[in-house]
Design a protein around this ligand. Structure first.
Ligand code: AHR
Length: 500
């Protein structure tokens, strides 16, 4: 019997709902087709947004959406995407497939989408190829309420009321596609650009996100913080509210990546091993942040994470379209448990990307839509949003098919929500073994336990022909004991237990 100990009276940190955030880029069929089909589409829509997709996303309580990129953000000139659609500039999406971008989805459409989803907004500004004035005017356009040229322009374009920008990214991947800058150069540019990301509303602070490191580039974190972090100022009026981190899992490395659907047991464990690397990244970048910010006022913002495989055969390689299997479900379950455990520092995370791109929660084909295994994990984990992480631990052993790529058999995290309900999420990484777990509660009586589970064989996926192959199923394998609860978790599964 595997032992687990949970101490609900030891609340460790708040799991910000933004940790369950998403990312939408003008890339492939994410925005166009996947979300936005236009008002005249035969596909059911509200103001151009697909109703099926919006409803599905509402069900997993998408808390925040990042837009318009990604690499696209540092080439995006926001004025191209406002005003009458027939007058909007047609540009080339140079990063993603070289296709025509007609700018029919722009600032007004993004805020309409977030209104329909009921989520917060995270705009990523253009530092790489845009001017300070352009960035300043975008913020003014979106948020200024009084008399000003940008507020007048917004009203002329149909929105008298300003919108609320919750987070603003000052550039994206500026060490790479966002201008190939070195850390010192970016850090000084960040200081300059962020000055003009103003809070036009006295009672609302736009949280500014500084571009952080690519994977394990700890020098970037050190150098950028050395130039940008001013600890003499309170964080809410300081230079930065968050520092980003990007990390993708590609089993065979950046050049080859590996198939999304055709893999063996060894690659299964290799992929999960690489997903677990997120924990080390958060610890090591976090330790550098601690040197400047021991009170953890600046959030680590993992605004791009997920699997990145070789694109589906026959699709445009620039569109990054990939299928999604139980392996993705495990990557999601493991990673979200890691974020929960580090929620003292990780304040937001955005899965890349929300529809039809990389580890998407939704795939579409014409008027058809399917929910991926990853979607179902987000559905089960949504109860952690804005709950309190509590102290928990589980006994583990290392498993794998040979001496390489060995991983722990189980991962977990536990939270208690505002109604006092406990949520336990556990992943079983083993392809063969089920584990019986005896969870002991410290000073907490369990009256009732309910469960739900996503489980199947490792390559199982949903297709347009078989859309419900992998779904959330009711789980009856848990029972209340004298000291807590016991349950058996089957191989290759992600489990959620709700305890009252
Ligand atoms: O998510 C796809 C791309 O990955 C983003 O545009 C970029 O920021 C990252 O390299």
């Amino acid at each position: 019997m595997t032992k687990m100990v949970i101490n609900p009276n030891r609340k460790l940190s708040r799991i910000n709902k933004e940790i369950y955030g998403h990312f939408s880029e003008h890339l492939g069929r994410c925005i166009y087709e996947g979300i936005y089909v236009g008002e005249n589409s035969p596909i059911e829509n509200v103001n151009g947004m697909r109703t099926d997709v919006v409803e599905a996303l509402k069900a997993i309580r998408v808390p925040i959406l990042r837009w318009p990129g990604g690499c696209f953000a540092d080439e995006y000139h926001w004025k191209d995407g406002i005003g009458p659609k027939e007058n909007r500039k047609k540009i080339v999406n140079t990063h993603w497939g070289g296709v025509v971008e007609d700018n029919s989805f722009g600032t007004h459409e993004f805020f309409e989408l977030c209104r329909q989803l009921g989520c917060e907004t995270y705009i990523n500004g253009n530092l790489g190829s845009g001017t300070v004035q352009e960035m300043q005017e975008w913020v003014e356009y979106m948020t200024f309420e009084g008399v000003s040229p940008m507020a007048e322009l917004r009203e002329k374009n149909g929105s008298k009321e300003p919108w609320k920008v919750d987070f603003f990214g000052v550039g994206n991947e500026n060490w790479g596609c966002g201008g190939n800058m070195n850390p010192d150069f970016y850090a000084n540019e960040y200081r300059r650009y962020q000055t003009y990301v103003r809070d036009y509303k006295a009672d609302h602070h736009i949280q500014k996100i500084c571009c952080g490191a690519n994977v394990d580039d700890y020098e970037w974190t050190k150098d950028v913080l050395a130039t940008c972090y001013r600890h003499s100022l309170p964080a809410q009026h300081g230079f930065m509210d968050g520092l980003s981190l990007h990390y993708y899992v590609h089993p065979e490395g950046w050049e080859i990546k590996g198939s999304a659907t055709d893999f063996d047991e060894k690659v299964w464990y290799k992929t999960l091993y690489k997903a677990l690397f997120m924990d080390e990244l958060i610890r090591r970048h976090g330790a550098i942040m601690d040197e400047y910010d021991p009170e953890k006022k600046v959030g680590m913002i993992v605004d791009e994470w997920g699997t990145w495989f070789t694109c589906e055969p026959g699709t445009n390689p620039g569109f990054l379209y990939q299928q999604n299997t139980m392996r993705d479900a495990l990557v999601a379950g493991i990673t979200l448990n890691i974020f929960n455990k580090h929620s003292d520092r990780v304040k937001m995370a955005n899965l890349a990307q929300i529809v039809n791109v990389l580890q998407a929660v939704i795939l579409t084909e014409g008027d058809k839509m399917i929910k991926t295994p990853t979607y179902h994990v987000f559905d089960m984990y949504k109860y952690h949003q804005d709950s309190d992480l509590v102290d928990s631990s589980i006994e583990t052993e290392t498993i794998g098919v040979d001496d390489e790529w060995r991983v722990p058999n189980l991962t977990e995290s536990v939270s208690v929500d505002a109604d006092g309900v406990m949520h336990i999420t556990v992943t079983n990484l083993s392809l063969e073994e089920s584990y019986s777990v005896d969870a002991h509660m410290v000073d907490w009586n369990v009256n009732e336990v309910k469960g739900e589970i996503v489980t199947d064989e490792m390559r199982a996926m949903n297709t347009f022909e078989d859309p419900e192959h992998v779904t959330v199923k009711k789980y009856d394998g848990a029972e209340v004991t004298e000291s807590g609860v016991k349950f058996t978790i089957p191989p290759c599964s992600v489990l959620h237990l709700e305890l009252r």
